[in-house]
Ligand binder design. Structure first.
Ligand code: ZN
Length: 443
């Protein structure tokens, strides 16, 4: 089958990213109409600027992946669209003065925030054609937050002995009427960990965010309860600093599987960070999703639903076979910010040949204090645009290779942009109050 290239119409739907690619026009047009669900994002409520900006060290552009440096023409186009401001692009001689470039942009962002108030975040989602975003953080409610769902961070339960965890643990201690960590592991797991998960469910959380791959590998082994209890006993006295690494590993391995089992029991999806982070910090190999294989195969964890956040990139090939488990999903967050549609399309196609119904759109959009160009609205927009373009490329090729019909290709694309994330999080199967919102989203 001959692939059709209609640059004029393609440009109208998805400006520059797709021009060089061959994608089926009708498919692209249909995908542009789908109101997406962003399965992994970070939100500053109706704000653009992160707190602590002045404190954060500004990173030089070359420390960031090429697409995140704010220099390509796609950025100037995005800023114009979101904030109605003309930021010099690479063809403009004012482009060489980065400070001036960002001052005007900054003003335009702040004006719009002021102007739109509680509607700011929603307006930004609309411009990216995203209907709902699942964001990392504690559940919040309020005006303008109806289109957000929350996934609280659970890493503190795996690092309770670390000095920087004391503050984060306080609310859980208060809820459990405790002053400090209990002496025994079972009491810790029941009164702190399980109690927190149950409270989060009652507050409307839809998952838990596990970013432990910033500290250690995802190889959580099966550990005997007695061994874990003994390790906990020593750690609770001595703390994490200077602890025996074997004790720490035994405690974390055991607690991770407990946490995952409990999340499955109470209906929270385990969002595990895999692969590289947005700014390529940390040890990338820690996040190889294949390391999670043993936990996923644990018979006690078959009710647990997993979302491999960032899709494991650069280990996205390893992600593929994991998706054959009916309770394992992966998202394209970070990848749709640092990779081109052509490159992302390659990974998507590889996953689609295995389990297309368990791939989700996501961005990892966040306002990053260390770089003036990296703000939640623009990253949401660029991520959504890149995913749509990558989908069109991957699916058009699958159609021309005779693997799927056009109708099937469109169904796969709709699933990725929206339906798979809704299915994974059980929207529509929630208690009456939450169901009303989910139904609104389903329309
Ligand atoms: Zn993230």
């Amino acid at each position: 089958m001959v692939r059709r290239l209609v640059p004029f119409l393609v440009a109208a739907v998805l400006p520059s990213t797709v021009l060089a690619q061959s994608a089926d026009r009708a498919l692209l047009t249909e995908l542009a109409k789908v109101k997406a669900v962003d399965a992994h994002s970070h939100l500053l409520i109706n704000r653009v600027e992160p707190a602590g900006k002045a404190l954060a060290q500004q990173r030089s552009a070359t420390d960031l992946p090429l697409r995140l440096r704010g220099l390509g023409p796609e950025w100037a186009r995005t800023w114009k669209l979101l904030y109605k401001v003309n930021v010099p692009d690479p063809s403009d001689k004012r482009f060489a003065e980065p400070e001036k470039r960002f001052a005007e942009l900054q003003q335009a962002r702040e004006l719009l925030v002021e102007d739109l108030g509680a509607e700011f975040s929603n307006h930004m989602l609309d411009l990216a054609s995203v209907e709902m975003a699942i964001v990392s953080g504690d559940p919040l409610t309020g005006k303008g937050l109806e289109r957000f769902r929350f996934v609280p961070r659970a890493d503190v339960f795996l690092r309770p002995f670390a000095q920087d965890s004391a503050e984060a643990l306080k609310p859980f201690f208060i809820a459990a009427r405790m002053y400090t960590l209990p002496k025994g592991l079972d009491e810790y797991l029941g009164k702190v960990v399980t109690a927190a998960l149950e409270r989060w469910v009652s507050e409307g959380a839809v998952g838990i965010d596990v970013g432990i791959s910033a500290w250690r590998g995802l190889d959580f082994a099966e550990v005997n309860a007695e061994v874990a209890r003994a390790a906990y006993g020593r750690l609770v006295i001595g703390g994490e600093f200077g602890a025996n690494p074997a004790d720490l590993k035994a405690f974390q391995d055991y607690t991770f599987r407990y946490l995952a089992a409990e999340a499955g029991r109470v209906g929270l999806v385990v969002h595990v960070k895999t692969g590289m982070s947005r700014d390529a910090t940390g040890i990338v190999g820690y996040g190889n999703p294949i390391l999670l294989g043993a936990s996923m195969a644990d018979p006690r964890l078959q009710k647990t639903k997993w979302l491999l956040v960032h899709g494991g990139f650069p280990f996205d090939k390893e992600t593929g076979p994991l998706l054959l488990r009916p309770n394992v999903y992966a998202d394209v967050s970070v990848q749709d910010l640092v990779r081109s549609p052509t490159e992302l399309g390659e990974s998507l196609r590889r996953w689609f040949e295995l389990a297309p119904e368990r791939v989700c759109f996501a961005t990892d959009a966040a306002s990053d204090p260390s770089a003036s160009q990296l703000r939640w609205p623009e990253l949401t927009f660029l991520g959504a645009e890149t995913t749509r373009a990558a989908l069109a490329i991957a699916l058009s090729r699958m159609v021309s290779d005779g693997l799927v019909t056009k109708a099937q290709a469109l169904q796969i694309g709709k699933g990725v942009l929206r339906e798979n994330a809704l299915t994974l999080h059980g929207f529509g199967l929630q208690p009456p109050e939450a169901a009303t919102t989910a139904e609104r989203v389903d329309r």
